[in-house]
Write a protein that binds this ligand. Sequence first.
Ligand SMILES: Nc1ncnc2c1ncn2[C@@H]1O[C@H](COP(=O)(O)OP(=O)(O)OP(=O)(O)O)[C@@H](O)[C@H]1O
Ligand SMILES: [Mg+2]
Length: 151
Amino acid sequence: MELKSLDSTKKFAEAVAINLKLNDFILLSGNLGTGKTTFTRFLIQYLQQKNQRPLEEIVSPTFNIVQYYDLGKNLKVAHYDFYRLKKEKEILNIGLFDTAKDFINIIEWPEIAMNSFNDFLQIKFTYDPDKDLRSLEFNGKGKWLGFDIND
Ligand SMILES: Nc1ncnc2c1ncn2[C@@H]1O[C@H](COP(=O)(O)OP(=O)(O)OP(=O)(O)O)[C@@H](O)[C@H]1O
Ligand SMILES: [Mg+2]
């Protein structure tokens, strides 16, 4: 799927958001600057709006590894960035699997922990600066098997 503008990222993020439930895992793969945090920002802001919550600033969790958002009505989002993690067992220290069932879990740079997930939607972001072309590919497992979206 091609992303022609920030607005396409927004629309796509909202289409994913309406399908999300607690304990879901959305894995965001792709090189630096391909749009993973941007997608997450639109997704969380959409849920904040839908739940009549004040719009918070959605910052990249690159340095603190995880950022939590309380959206009311028992809905919470955990936004992870594993970029700085070096060993798979470090994800145990950050409590990912203790808290997963109470959150919608969104993970940038999930590669270090791919073996730990069996039910997820992986979205692969690519950006070709020469053509200024951004695109997405999907890899769904479990309930996300065969996920695709009409663009
Ligand atoms: N669909 C889009 N159209 C135009 N610009 C975009 C789009 N998506 C993202 N960008 C821009 O690309 C830049 C990098 O985006 P972003 O921070 O989301 O990347 P990232 O994949 O999270 O990077 P990192 O791996 O460093 O966390 C930002 O300036 C953002 O505004
Ligand atoms: Mg990012």
